[in-house]
Write a protein that binds this ligand. Sequence first.
Ligand code: HEC
Length: 181
Amino acid sequence: MSTQPHTAGPSQDQDHDQQFFNLFMVVIGALIGVTIFLIFLARSIATDSQLAWVKEDPAYATAVAERIKPAGQVTLPGDEAAAGAVAMAVPEAAAPVAAKLTGEQVYNTACFACHGAGVGGAPKLGDAAAWKPRVAQGVATLNKHALEGFQGQAGVMPAKGGRVDLSDDEIIAAVRFMSGG
Ligand code: HEC
């Protein structure tokens, strides 16, 4: 041992290198293991939640709202397609015929699609806890967000819930109905 001072140094270095290399391989192996585990975890979570995402898609929700909207619609004098002779007969009377909907009626036809089940993080009807911080912003802000739409932390609230045919008053009535104010 002591007779080989010359070779002791390099061989110890080699031991060290070997040790380091082994440890390095173990760490790399562990990281690969974690990566594979995460991939599988992500996939298993995605199977459960991806369907929900599809349903939360505003485009999808708007399409549903479009499909379940009431069959009857008031046709204004300007609309050529369906109006035809009827509009010609009562040109001025047609507009006022659009009876003003109550907040509840507007909610049921235009807002329920998202706010009924909380699609995309929409605050639900009667969910006091969800509405409290929103109402705290002030009614004016709530109405503005409902009328003009807004991108919140939870998701996208489309302008007038996608029903631009509704009047501002009707939307505001629906906001009051929904927020419990
Ligand atoms: C396509 C889905 C969808 C429809 C339809 C919809 N909303 Fe919303 N709304 C949302 C989402 C999502 C939020 C939450 C946004 C956030 O805070 O991130 C929201 C939030 C709101 C808020 C809270 C605004 C704020 O400042 O916190 C009001 C008020 C509101 N909606 C009113 C309405 C009214 C009234 C209707 C019907 C005329 C309607 N919404 C229809 C998705 C919708």
